[in-house]
Design a protein around this ligand. Structure first.
Ligand SMILES: [Zn+2]
Length: 161
């Protein structure tokens, strides 16, 4: 089930899936703002890939013995100018080497039984929440009281269980 009814369906054909993942890795959303230092795209810094063991239903149990199913969880976000986000000024002041850090956009959180599938889900979310130039899209946000089956009729997001 898609996270939002308007999200693009993940393709089933292999060639198209390969294209999705390649496009994801080169997406401008991962661009570091100060390109003059050679950082054109920093997918590796922006996308945190976390191999985990979970229960069969995909949830992590407090009892480690029950977590025997492999999964990949992903947290990701674009670079942020941290000098504008309440960080204390470092010694010597802000410059282009210390002002940018990869952020965590909770909206991009996803996971799957393997990395390829997880990256496809990530691209599905990147396309939904970001524009092709890497700027954030002015899209729908989840409402406070999601009801409806299976998608909330107000905001269009998958109804939370
Ligand atoms: Zn809703």
């Amino acid at each position: 089930m898609k996270f939002h009814r308007d999200a693009t369906d993940i393709p089933t054909g292999h060639i198209e899936r390969v294209k999705w993942v390649k496009t994801l890795m080169e997406h401008p959303v991962w661009n570091m703002p100060n390109k003059k230092y050679g950082h054109v795209n920093d997918f590796q810094q922006c996308v945190c890939i976390d191999p985990v063991f979970v229960r069969e239903d995909g949830i992590s149990d407090d009892n480690e013995d029950l977590n025997t199913t492999f999964a990949v969880w992903i947290e990701a976000g674009p670079f942020l100018d941290i000098s504008e986000h309440g960080m204390s000024t470092p010694e010597g002041g802000w410059n282009d080497f210390n002002r940018y850090a990869a952020s965590h956009d909770l909206q991009l959180d996803c996971g799957a039984p393997d990395l390829f599938e997880a990256l496809l889900k990530l691209y599905q979310k990147v396309m939904f929440y970001y524009n092709d130039d890497g700027t954030e899209r002015d899209g729908p946000v989840r409402c406070d009281d999601c009801t409806g089956k299976p998608y909330c009729e107000v905001c269009g997001f998958l109804v939370r269980k």
